[in-house]
Design a protein around this ligand. Structure first.
Ligand SMILES: *Cc1c(COP(=O)(O)O)cnc(C)c1O
Length: 588
């Protein structure tokens, strides 16, 4: 005789002797969901606590450990067969699966480790991580007011804080948290196309409008122009100055004039504010003047000025810093670096929009990027699409009407906002300035070494790039010749190969837990062409470029002593790759 389901379900859902299997599994499953009620019996807090303790065991001991998690440096995925996987017939337990999750972290780079300095990959700060986790538990959806409720404050207030820093009217500005600096680039392009080609929203992009950016611009310009349907061929690259790597405004003027003469609309000009390796900032104010001088032809809207400031944005926190009194006590060498970066970034004032990556120079977890726009009314009206039939406006703020995404996690907005609240001006200032203190120390140490040369000495950014030469070779003289003299092309290429080999050797050492002077070796990276030689300005010769070992000391645990150790490791790697192995007699 069939029983009605009600008979199986007591209040606690348990009635083991007559309970069908499905009810048993369901009640077990329920224990592994966060409790909706206060107090004991919630698996979540215990689960997180336990998982973090297990993750902690993967970290190395304070001194001597390698800069990756766990003990196995190998890539253990069986790439050939990994997809040959199917759903288990049986239910698992939460403990078992959390264990498997922890295992995925085996071998991961340890971003907070003082020996990690490979790229602009800082460790997220604890406040932002906690904030992000909380937003996963109660999952606000910031697409509209009803599902976001008060958590919308994070996005709205971020817009105000960032606009204020840019010198804009905060109440008139807005921001959208989105998927990375590439998402910000895409948002700007949509905004630009909609403004310049008003028909494009319904008829599609049917005009070859141009997007103008410098030769140093980030390659995500390809993603955005491709996915937006404008086409990658509609990017125009502007030459950059050989010293500063910034956009050459004379060349920009020629291009703008030419577009105007040919009746070609410009969708946008992008100023890159802080390139990854060269820390180049484009001159926004001058660009704005040129854009005003050469407006789009009749029938097209006004072109947009976007600042791709996803790396450089946080220097704006030095707004109002008293560089004379220097209240935070930066060293005299570092102070002009900071001032220079601040003076460059403050140009975002002239933009219509700019991008912010909190996961780069905002020391927050992924993904917490935000696209900030000056004129919220214009942006939100231009892109508005009418409301959805099944979502009712319960608050005045409903970005789903104009965003690319529909559902948006609050994770990034809460992490970014929490970081702004936590750091304040002083926090950003001390962390960014602290990186420069380490960098300047490193640069001074390199200057003392005969066989090493810093190849970006006049760069005010966070990266140090160096070349090391064979034993006994005068690095400065050699590099100078390789940079300027085509007769040294052969030597340049040979030493590029050596630099590549040193980079690979250092990676191998980092991964194998190799120790030098009792300490593990650093996790660095290298560039296979951070700039070209002087005689190859047009980049026609793909090999006449400068390779360099790269140090990006982003995290807060790095000290000058670590920097000394890093240089010793680079020398050791150079020795290792330049040793001429004796040829065994019997093999000849
Ligand atoms: C990192 C970066 C991007 C891409 O950003 P993601 O956050 O990686 O998507 C774009 N532009 C610049 C200048 C960058 O440094």
């Amino acid at each position: 005789m069939k029983k009605k389901s009600k008979e199986f379900l007591k209040e606690d859902g348990l009635n083991s002797h007559i309970m069908p299997k499905r009810a048993k599994f369901r009640s077990e499953m329920a224990k592994s969901f966060p409790s909706p009620y206060r107090g004991g019996g919630d698996s979540l807090a215990d689960g997180i606590n336990e998982a973090i303790r297990q993750l902690d065991k993967l970290k190395p001991k304070k001194k001597g450990g390698a800069a990756f998690l766990g003990t196995n440096p190998a890539l253990t995925i069986d790439f050939e067969n990994v997809k040959d996987s199917s759903l288990n017939p049986k239910m698992s337990t939460s403990d078992e699966v959390i264990k498997q999750v922890i295992k995925l972290f085996e071998g991961m780079p340890n971003w907070g480790h003082p020996l990690t300095m490979n790229n602009v990959n800082p460790q997220g700060n604890t406040v932002a991580i906690v904030a992000a986790i909380l937003s996963e538990i109660f999952a606000p959806n910031i697409l509209e007011g009803e599902y976001a409720w008060n958590t919308h404050q994070a996005e709205l207030e971020s817009a105000g804080i960032l606009a204020n820093l840019a010198g804009w009217k905060p109440k008139e500005a807005g921001c959208i948290y989105t998927y990375g600096g590439s998402g910000c680039w895409t948002y700007h392009l949509k905004y630009a196309l909609t403004r310049v080609l008003p028909d494009s929203r319904y008829k599609g992009v049917r005009t070859d409008a141009k997007v103008i950016c410098s030769q140093q611009a980030h390659y995500t310009m390809l993603n955005s122009t491709d996915w937006m349907g404008l086409g990658m061929d509609n990017i125009i690259r502007i030459k950059t100055d050989s010293d500063t790597n910034a956009m050459d405004t004379k060349h920009l003027e020629i291009v703008l004039k030419d577009c105007q003469a040919k009746n070609i609309p410009v969708a946008s000009v992008v100023c890159t504010m802080g390139t990854t390796d060269a820390n180049a900032f484009d001159p926004v104010e001058e660009v704005r003047k040129l854009m005003d001088k050469y407006p789009n032809p009749k029938g097209y809207g006004k072109s947009l000025l976007y600042c791709d400031s996803v790396i450089g944005w946080s220097w704006i926190a030095f707004k109002n810093y008293d560089f004379k009194k220097n209240p935070l006590g930066f060293s005299e060498t570092v102070l002009p670096y900071i001032e220079k970066n601040y003076n460059a970034i403050k140009g975002i004032f002239y933009a219509d929009a700019f991008g912010v990556d909190f996961h780069k120079t905002g020391f927050s977890p992924y993904i917490s990027s935000t696209f900030v726009y000056k004129n919220a009314k214009e942006f939100e009206t231009l892109l508005s699409r009418g409301a959805s039939a099944y979502l009712q406006p319960r608050s005045p703020y409903n970005p789903l009407n104009y965003t690319l995404e529909v559902s948006r996690a609050a994770t990034g907005s809460i992490a970014g906002w929490a970081t702004l609240k936590f750091f304040g001006h002083e926090g950003f200032q001390s962390v960014l300035g602290g990186i420069l203190e380490n960098k300047v120390y490193l640069k001074n140490q390199i200057e003392k070494k005969f066989e090493m040369v810093c190849v970006n000495p006049s760069d005010y950014g966070l990266v140090t790039l160096l070349r090391i030469y064979p034993k006994g070779m005068d690095a400065r003289a050699q590099f100078n010749s390789e940079l300027h003299d085509p007769a040294f092309r052969g030597a340049l290429i040979k030493h590029n190969k050596m630099t590549h080999a040193i980079g690979d050797k250092l990676f191998e050492w980092f991964r194998s837990g190799k120790k030098i002077n009792g300490q593990c070796t650093p996790y660095l990276s290298f560039s296979t062409g951070f700039r070209t030689t002087e005689y190859n300005r047009d980049m026609k010769d793909s090999e006449a470029v400068i390779y360099a070992v790269k140090m990006f000391p982003m995290n807060v645990n790095i000290t000058p002593a670590i920097m000394d150790h890093v240089l010793e490791c680079i020398v050791a790697a150079r020795d290792e790759v330049t040793i001429i192995k004796p040829i065994k007699k019997e093999l000849v």
